[in-house]
Design a protein around this ligand. Structure first.
Ligand code: NDP
Ligand code: OXD
Length: 310
C-alpha cells in the first residue's frame, strides 16, 4: 500500500514523507511526483494539489487534506467524484486559532492601532473603550474553530454572537442560524470574526451588503479564506468608515502579491496565513492515525462531507 504526499514546496513534501514513513511502518510513503506505480496508491496526503494530481490514482481510498479546510482539494476540477476527503483538525489547531482570535479581537476592542499611532507621535493620548460586555462581537461559522473562538470571546466577557448553517447551542453565546438569521446576527455587531469554510454559498460573503449591515465603524478579522472577502468592497467600506479596521490572515492569492493595496493600507493588518498552522509533529501523528483508522473501518471522525463542501 502506498501513500502519496504533495505540498507545493518540495522541502515540505520531503519533511511530511519522512514523518509519515516513520509513523506508518509497512506502508510506502512517496512524494506524489515520485510515484512509479499509481495503482498501488491508496491515500493521497495533500495541501493545494494541482489539477489532475488525485485522478492519477485509480485505487485511491481517500484524500487527506493537510489542513482543516477541504476547499483546496475540491478546487481540483478533475477530482474523482465521491472520493472520501479526510480533514486534519486537532487540539493544537483549535488552541492556536483561539489565541489568534483573542489577540486580534482584543486589539480592535482596545483600539491598539490608534494607541500605537499616538505613541509614534509621543502623544500621551488615553483611549478609553467600553468594557467587553458592552462590545458585541460575532463569529461566523461555529465548527471546531468557530465554536472554540466564540467560547474564548465569551470567556473574555464580550457580548458574543455566533452564526452557522444549522444553529448550535453554545453556553454564553447568542446563536443564529442560516440565511434567515444573518441580518439579526449582523445588526449591531462591532467586531466580526470569519471562520466559515469556503464553499459556493460562502464565497464572497464579506461584501458591501454584509459590511453595511454591521455597526458603523465595525472591525473585521478574517482567518478563514481569502475569497470570502470581496477585496474592493472592503477597501471602499474602509474608505467610507463603515469598516474601521481589518485583520486579514488569508487572501485570494497567497503569498499576497507585493503590489496588493492591503499590504500598505493603514487600517489593515496582514498576517501570512498563520492564524493556526498545523503543527507539523502533531499534524503528522493525526494524519497517520486517521489513515490507520480509515483503512480498517472505512470511516473516521475527521471525514468531511465533500458534497456540502466542508
Ligand atoms: P468546520 O467544518 O468544523 O465548521 C464549519 C462551520 O461553518 C459550521 O458551523 C457550519 O455550520 C458553518 N457553515 C458552513 N457553511 C455555512 C453557511 N453557508 N452558512 C452559515 N454557516 C455555515 O470548520 P472549522 O471550524 O474546522 O474550520 C473553518 C475554516 O477555517 C476552514 O474551512 C478553513 O477555511 C479555515 N482555517 C483557517 C486557518 C488559518 O490558519 N487561517 C487554519 C484552519 C482553518 P453547521 O455547524 O451548521 O454545519
Ligand atoms: C487549514 C489552513 O485549512 O491552514 O487548516 O488554512
Amino acid at each position: 500500500m502506498t501513500v502519496a504526499v504533495y505540498l507545493p514546496l518540495e522541502e515540505k513534501t520531503r519533511w511530511w514523507v519522512d514523518q509519515l514513513s516513520e509513523l506508518l511502518p509497512g506502508r510506502n510513503v512517496w512524494p506524489l511526483d515520485a510515484v512509479t506505480d499509481p495503482e498501488a496508491v491508496r491515500y493521497a496526503v495533500v495541501w493545494r494539489p494541482r489539477t489532475g494530481d488525485i485522478a492519477r490514482f485509480p485505487n485511491l481510498r481517500a484524500v487527506v487534506s493537510i489542513g482543516a479546510g477541504i476547499d483546496h482539494v475540491l478546487a481540483d476540477e478533475e477530482l474523482p467524484s465521491g472520493i472520501p476527503i479526510i480533514r486534519t483538525t486537532g487540539r493544537d489547531l483549535t488552541q492556536r486559532m483561539r489565541e489568534y482570535v483573542a489577540l486580534h479581537v482584543l486589539r480592535h476592542h482596545r483600539d491598539m492601532p490608534r494607541q500605537l499611532r499616538a505613541q509614534a507621535e509621543k502623544d500621551w493620548h488615553a483611549i478609553v473603550v467600553p468594557v467587553a460586555p458592552s462590545r458585541t462581537v460575532g463569529v461566523m461559522g461555529l465548527g471546531n474553530l468557530g465554536a472554540a473562538a466564540a467560547k474564548t470571546l465569551a470567556g473574555l466577557g464580550f457580548a458574543t454572537r455566533g452564526w452557522s448553517r444549522s444553529g448550535r447551542d453554545i453556553p454564553g453565546v447568542e446563536t443564529f442560524a442560516g440565511a434567515d438569521g444573518l441580518d439579526d446576527f449582523l445588526a449591531g455587531c462591532e467586531i466580526l470574526v470569519n471562520l466559515l469554510p469556503l464553499t459556493g454559498e460562502t464565497h464572497g460573503i464579506l461584501d458591501e451588503s454584509l459590511f453595511g449591515r454591521l455597526a458603523p465603524g465595525a472591525c473585521i478579522v478574517n482567518c478563514a479564506r481569502g475569497p470570502h472577502v470581496v477585496d474592493d468592497d472592503l477597501l471602499s467600506a474602509l474608505r467610507s468608515g463603515q469598516v474601521k479596521q481589518a485583520t486579514l490572515d488569508v487572501f485570494h492569492q497567497e503569498p499576497l502579491p507585493v503590489d496588493h493595496p492591503f499590504w500598505s493600507h493603514p487600517a489593515i493588518t496582514v498576517t501570512p496565513h498563520v492564524a493556526s498552522q498545523i503543527d507539523p509533529g502533531t499534524g503528522a501523528r493525526l494524519i497517520a492515525e486517521n489513515i490507520k483508522i480509515f483503512d480498517t473501518t472505512g470511516t473516521c471522525e475527521d471525514l468531511a462531507d465533500a458534497a456540502r463542501g466542508y
